[in-house]
Write a protein that binds this ligand. Sequence first.
Ligand SMILES: [Zn+2]
Length: 102
Amino acid sequence: MLIPKCKKCSKSFKWSTILKASWDWGGLKPVECENCKTVHFIKPIFRIIIILIAFIPVLFEGIIFSTFKSHGLNAYAFWFYPVFGTLLLLLSPFFIRFYIKE
Ligand SMILES: [Zn+2]
């Protein structure tokens, strides 16, 4: 998994730029290449991928929490979802795919 690159000039986008564009309150925002100013749109599939990944721990909740229990880490189980959510948010720019409108 690599940070996406500009489709025209191959310059890598900044992680922070993509993060802001993909988690804007107004929805998915287009990202402009710093180098050649080509506007890139985020593929809607990105949202679906993130939602699917977010549901993975829900499916394995029993296993995850019994692992915490068996290690005597019950007190930390509470932190699992906030930590997982934050990690998913921070890693989301790596899952993003762009397209260019011709
Ligand atoms: Zn470019």
